[in-house]
Write a protein that binds this ligand. Sequence first.
Ligand code: NAD
Length: 393
Amino acid sequence: MATKKEVRIGLIGTGLMGRIHSNGYNQVPHFFPELEYTPVLKAVCSRDAEKVKAFAEQWGYESFETDWRAIIARDDIDAVDICTPNDTHAVIAIAAAEAGKMILCEKPLARTVAEGKEMVEAIEKAGVANTVWYNYRRVPAVTLAKQIVDSGKLGKIFHYRANFLQDWTISADLPQGGTALWRLDADAAGSGVTGDLLAHCIDTAMWLNGSITDVSAMTETFIKERVHQLTGKVQKVGIDDACLFHCHFGNGSLGLFEATRYARGHKALYTFEINGEHASIRWDLHDMNRLEYFDHADDSVVRGWRSIHISDGDQPYMNRWWIPGTSIGYEHTFTHQVADFMKSLETGEPCSPTFQDALETQKVCEAVLESAATRSWKETGVESFAGFKTELV
Ligand SMILES: NC(=O)c1ccc[n+]([C@@H]2O[C@H](COP(=O)([O-])OP(=O)(O)OC[C@H]3O[C@@H](n4cnc5c(N)ncnc54)[C@H](O)[C@@H]3O)[C@@H](O)[C@H]2O)c1
């Protein structure tokens, strides 16, 4: 058997994403055995020595560090995986690029477009492989939606709409900042639901339907002050709790987007729908292995919404998993991204979304926030999405 080329991973951050990425690295050799490159769990980093040691043992890392700079300084690390809060993405990514490491960075790329541009410049100068974990592209049903749109079956697209609804910050007693609650702190997160939830919707939307050219938005912060965990003081809340925007796409279609953490009853209701001249598609994260499809070309007496269960071997990624009729989950999307990243090292193709692609999403997020702040339409400055591919599936 040919010897595998090792990609020695240094993962930073051991929270939700640290766990799910670690699972992905562990699964890939079992389910994508033909890949020339294979991840090796070399080191993991988090600030608490006892906790990171336990994490390393639990997930199979060879060693651990308590300062991310130590990960970057190590000669036995090839790729740095950034699973830390948003305010650390730029500083870690730029240092990793300067050290010649490949980089896998969690979303959103950065807090601002200015930070994102510095990150893109750094990886371009270093010429290192990179990807950003907008994982929903690698839900098999969403990848299939991309293939259907690209096939032209929908015809001219008229409408794209998406929601991302949660309800976990409704209590006014919830503090902001610090462990687990950094998402409520504008300094750490950059923004509220716009960078956290809408960034996913925007990435998927531009992947499926092309560039968003201009936006008109409104945001709301329902709870204006919260105790800050790090200072112990009641402080102004700087994030957007809810955001709605409408927009134009470059292909002439209209977009409508909504995200909130105040939709009582919804935990993570991410849905999108695309309406074309000949057909429509819709998808719902809560039923993630289904794609709904309406085709006007069907015989009129049986015409209606089809509910397609994505589980067969000829559907994206599914030949890797169990048997037709059985399901896979959220965690598999990250395993798929690890596999696609390893494959991209073999083919020399970029693993989308790249830092450059994620910067385009950042531009839309920033235009949305500026539009809401100024109550006016804003151009996004998004250029193109030529690098968005599904060939690696
Ligand atoms: N792709 C997705 O669907 C998805 C889902 C959730 C989170 N995210 C993104 O992933 C990132 C992390 O989110 P999370 O939910 O895992 O957060 P989390 O709060 O669960 O974990 C963050 C981890 O980073 C560590 N950390 C913080 N500062 C550090 C530092 N300076 N050095 C070393 N470690 C540090 C913390 O100790 C913790 O282990 C965020 O950018 C978030 O937006 C993406």
